[in-house]
Structure formats: structure tokens, C-alpha cells
Design a protein around this ligand. Structure first.
Ligand code: ZN
Length: 288
């Protein structure tokens, strides 16, 4: 198993925790969209957070969407996660360059800019749940922490990291989410704060080859905890030729006729995974 996430409870369920190794899924996203390093980091952090939040959902068909919209050159990133560890996503602008924050540190906040984080949870009800908060830093982890506090009244600590190698591939990626339940004692809170203060950066832990279990071991050091779930996660899109065909067929007949008259085959790319679908003139005629 390469990428996986674990879920744990600590201190008699005062605390719930998640940790994930997401290197392969972030690399898959990068290779699909051919993103520049800072966009790989931004999209990778959002995908990593979404995968953990997806695992918080209970329904088989529940779908979580995280959307960051900002004034920076990336403009926006949209990712989705289901409750089975499948994530997918795309940046509005895949290639962006911003000066590093300092040597070797990508400036994700500058690439995103000021804006909002939107969380949409579709659990099959008539109206999906939508929560929107202002971006705190555009660095994603802080923004998700703020979202949990503001919209879900759940004090949380979120750590996300993506390390891009010199050849632009993803060298390491992962993260954790720690959440306090309403009954958390002051003692547990101060112990957690102490642990988080001395915790190495998320990228350095995963780059050293630490597993999600070991990362949680450090975050929950000195506390009783039990891993209750371990599951695979992957970048996976559910697009298909049939779906794309349906979406073409749903546009106005005149527009399809226009494409036929132009005499050029049509190329449609899936927004989420960038997969290309080609339709010949004959295919288009058949749709009419
Ligand atoms: Zn797709």
C-alpha cells in the first residue's frame, strides 16, 4: 500500500486524529495537470486535506468539495473527495511562478492571494451544506484550521506538506488533522500544544520516510491513542467517454451543427483529471 490514511482516537475519545501519506496521489495530480512547483504544493495540500476530510463523511455517496478562490495568480483550486479515499482536483491556472518565501520554500500564500475557502458537503440532501470562510494565509492548512473553528466549532490543528523535487516531481507529501471533542480536558489540550510546538515540519517528517502512524505518534506523544481505521487513498477520476458525450449532447443542437460545419474533430478535456476525449465529425453527427 503506498498512499493511505489512518484515523485514531486519543485520551478516551477526547481527541480524534487523522494522518495521511499522499505522495503518490499528489504526484498523480501534478503529472495530470503539469503544474509548476508552487501550484503542485498548493493543489497537493488541498488534496491532502480533502482526503482526510472525505474520510470524516459517513455516507457511501457523500461528496466533499473544497474550493479556494483567491486574488493570486493561481486564481483558484477545486478538489473533491469521496468517503472511499478517492480524490481529484484541478487548479484554474496550472503554471504560475512566484518568488520563493525564502530559499527552498515555495510561497503558496502568494500564489493563492486573498480570498475565500468554500467547503461543500453533498450528502444527498436536497441542498448541499456550504461553508465559506475568508482565507487566513492562503497556505491551506491555516485556512482549514480556521474553517473548522468558524464553521464547525471544532478546535483543530491541521498540518499539510508537499515537497517538490528539483525535477518538479513530488518528493514527499502528507498531513494530519487533530480535532478536539467538546469534552477535552485542559490537561490534554496543553499536552497537545506542547507536542505541536516541538513537532518538525510536515514535509521534513514525510521526507525522512515517517509513516502516518509515526507522525501521529509524535503529535499524540505521551497520550493513549488507538488507530481505528486504515484505508487507501488515491487520485482517481470518474470521468468516462460516455459522460463527456452526454455533456456534449446536452448543448444546443445549433452549436453541435456549427462544430460539424466547421469540419474539425472536437477535443474535450476532463477538467478534473485533464484526460483527453476526441470526437470525430461522424461522432458529432451521430449525437444529432
Ligand atoms: Zn476525469
Amino acid at each position: 500500500m503506498s498512499d493511505y490514511l489512518i484515523r485514531a482516537t486519543a485520551c478516551n475519545e477526547e481527541v480524534r486524529a487523522f494522518a495521511i501519506n499522499s505522495k503518490d496521489l499528489v504526484e498523480e495530480a501534478r503529472a495530470s495537470h503539469m503544474t509548476s512547483p508552487v501550484v503542485t504544493a498548493a493543489m497537493g495540500r488541498l488534496l491532502t486535506g480533502a482526503a482526510m476530510m472525505g474520510s470524516m463523511m459517513k455516507g457511501d455517496k457523500d461528496l466533499l468539495t473544497l474550493q479556494v478562490l483567491g486574488s493570486g495568480p493561481v486564481q483558484g483550486i477545486t478538489v473533491t473527495a469521496d468517503s472511499h479515499g478517492r480524490v481529484k482536483g484541478f487548479p484554474n491556472v496550472p503554471i504560475v511562478e512566484v518568488p520563493p518565501k525564502y530559499e527552498g520554500k515555495l510561497d503558496v500564500g502568494a500564489a493563492i492571494g486573498v480570498g475565500v475557502l468554500r467547503v461543500i458537503r453533498d450528502t444527498g440532501l436536497k441542498e448541499p451544506y456550504v461553508g465559506t470562510v475568508e482565507l487566513k494565509t492562503g497556505e491551506i492548512a491555516e485556512d482549514l484550521t480556521y474553517y473548522f473553528a468558524q464553521s464547525e466549532q471544532t478546535p483543530s490543528a491541521v498540518g499539510l506538506g508537499v515537497l517538490v523535487d528539483t525535477d518538479y516531481s513530488v518528493r514527499a507529501a502528507g498531513g494530519f488533522i487533530i480535532q478536539l471533542m467538546p469534552n477535552t480536558s485542559d490537561e490534554t489540550i496543553s499536552k497537545l500544544e506542547e507536542n505541536l510546538k516541538k513537532l518538525p515540519t510536515v514535509t521534513s517528517m514525510f521526507d525522512e520516510g515517517k509513516t502516518p502512524e509515526e507522525v501521529l505518534g509524535l503529535v499524540l506523544d505521551g497520550m493513549d491513542f488507538e488507530i481505528t481505521e486504515k484505508s487507501e487513498v488515491a487520485f482517481e477520476c470518474d470521468c468516462s467517454r460516455e459522460r463527456v458525450q452526454d455533456s456534449i449532447a446536452s448543448i444546443a443542437k445549433d452549436d453541435i451543427q456549427e462544430m460539424i460545419d466547421e469540419g474539425k474533430p472536437v477535443e474535450v478535456r476532463c477538467q478534473f483529471c485533464n484526460k483527453k476525449y476526441d470526437f470525430t465529425i461522424d461522432d458529432l453527427k451521430e449525437m444529432l
